[in-house]
Design a protein around this ligand. Structure first.
Ligand SMILES: O=C(O)CCC(=O)C(=O)O
Length: 273
């Protein structure tokens, strides 16, 4: 029996080749059944209840460090099998955050490359975008420019699209061609993978359906965070060994829902870009 039949989340060589060439992967087997996803969604209000006045779901960053609810998702063996297919045997998890667009939300995500925001080197990180809802072009699903991860890191400019939840973005036409984008479509419980250099973004959600996804970031153990920019960075080894020991190691959470007592800092928030 082929290995993939026993372990459907282990990537085939064709999937790996596609990812390395295109910078993303879709069409993966579900991580959670619809019933499991419904249970996870039913728990989400407990996490949202921890937001403080003035905060939004975008402020749920790195709460996997203090919530077993999120930590267990980040360490789901099915997700780790997918990531191992890209990063190899030794990798860690270091970030998680929600991108939630409520029904009729005009909020967008401007075109960007994740690695422009991250004080990390080298570029060897994968994002898992786990759908909490069915996601498509109608409710503002993500779009990505295939192959754009091979074009280098481009200087971002201040967002002109004020609806964007990001303050920096790339310009359609001069930096890349938006009409070459692939539309991501996922059912709740499914996920996509993308490279940290791939150009991606998303439109508003004019529909009456929520569009929620959890992004989880994984890096090869060779990737080092710059603590002078992001001092509270913690690596949680997912698979293999950390033969480089570049980063502080995190302690797994013990409570179901909790929030860290720090805010992560990106290059942009530190005024480095
Ligand atoms: O959810 C979105 O629309 C964008 C997500 C994103 O920018 C990311 O995963 O880095």
């Amino acid at each position: 029996m082929p290995t993939t039949a026993l372990h459907p989340h282990r990537l085939t060589s064709a999937q790996q080749k596609f990812y390395y060439e295109q910078g993303y992967l879709l069409g993966l087997p579900p991580i959670y059944t619809l019933a499991e996803m419904a249970a996870l969604n039913a728990e989400l209000p407990h996490l949202l209840a921890l937001l403080r006045p003035g905060e939004t779901t975008k402020d749920i960053r790195e709460w996997h460090e203090t919530s077993t609810y999120l930590y267990e998702i980040c360490m789901n063996p099915k997700i780790l099998d997918l990531v191992e297919g890209i990063l190899g045997p030794n990798f860690y998890c270091w970030a998680s955050n929600f991108f939630i667009k409520d029904p009729r939300s005009m909020s967008t995500v401007g075109w960007h490359q994740d690695s422009y925001y991250w004080p990390m080197a080298p570029n060897n990180s994968v994002t898992v975008w786990l759908a909490f809802d069915d996601v498509d072009e109608v409710n503002g699903g993500m779009k990505l420019i295939p192959g754009s991860h091979r074009g280098g890191i481009i200087k971002h400019r201040k967002s002109v699209e004020t609806s964007s939840v990001l303050t920096l973005e790339l310009a359609d036409g001069s930096d890349f061609k938006a009409d070459t984008a692939v539309q991501f479509r996922l059912q709740a419980g499914e996920c996509s993978l993308h490279d940290d250099r791939a150009i991606h973004g998303s439109q508003a959600n004019p529909s009456d359906r929520r569009r929620a996804g959890l992004t989880i970031r994984y890096s090869g153990t060779n990737v080092k965070n710059d603590l002078s920019v992001n001092p509270n960075f913690k690596a949680y080894l997912c698979r293999g060994v950390d033969e480089f020991r570049h980063n502080p190691v995190g302690t797994p959470p013990t409570q179901r829902y909790g929030r860290p007592n720090f805010k992560p800092v990106s290059n942009e928030e530190a005024g480095k870009v």
